[in-house]
Design a protein around this ligand. Structure first.
Ligand code: SF4
Ligand code: SF4
Length: 174
């Protein structure tokens, strides 16, 4: 048995990993055996690796059950620590679009960025995983992680170092 020819292409499209041979890789072999690292995508059967029919059926039932936990909800709640792009600071360089492991940032052609550039990055809050990769790579420092904004992190670090907050420093006090 060999992996399907299109598995790598499908993996790229869905932003899910395949191993060196072309089999799909679960998020965690013991803790999340039918989940991918991308939320809402599940796997079962011989796309995973060669297996017997009874094992495939059990895995398919598990995948369907995991999908049902999402589909049965009226609403979905996203985490609060998500990336946000300030369009006014974005230079439209596409770094975040290329680097995000979940393929979240897109260019919104309706927005205007630095120097009148047409199209700035937009991050859909519902699907951002808050991993922070794009924040560290953005050359214009146009992205911040909500609840962990630069000034908030700076304040925490300063507080740890000597009990001084960024706000205190700006006011000239301790
Ligand atoms: S924080 Fe992570 S998941 Fe969210 S847009 Fe940036 S790189 Fe993608
Ligand atoms: S990396 Fe920063 S400057 Fe470049 S497109 Fe993304 S948000 Fe804009």
């Amino acid at each position: 048995m060999i992996p399907a020819k299109g598995s790598r292409e499908l993996g790229t499209t869905l932003k899910v990993p395949v191993d060196l041979d072309g089999w799909f890789l679960e998020a965690h072999v013991k803790l999340r055996p039918v989940d991918f690292t991308s939320d809402g995508v599940f796997l079962a059967g011989t796309a995973h690796y060669p297996k017997l029919l009874d094992e495939t059926i059990v895995q398919a039932q598990a995948a369907a059950s995991r999908a049902a936990t999402i589909l049965s909800r009226e609403t979905l709640s996203a985490g609060g620590a998500i990336a946000y792009v300030d369009p006014a600071a974005c230079v439209g360089c596409l770094t975040c679009v290329r680097i995000c492991p979940y393929g979240v940032p897109k260019i919104d052609p309706e927005t205007i960025g630095v120097g009148g550039v047409v199209g700035t990055a937009y991050i859909e809050p519902a699907i951002c995983q808050g991993c922070g990769c794009c924040i560290g790579e953005c050359p214009a420092h146009a992205i911040e992680l909500l609840h962990y904004r630069h000034h908030q992190v700076e304040s925490e670090v300063l507080s740890i170092l000597d009990g001084t907050t960024a706000g205190d420093q700006k006011r000239g006090g301790k």
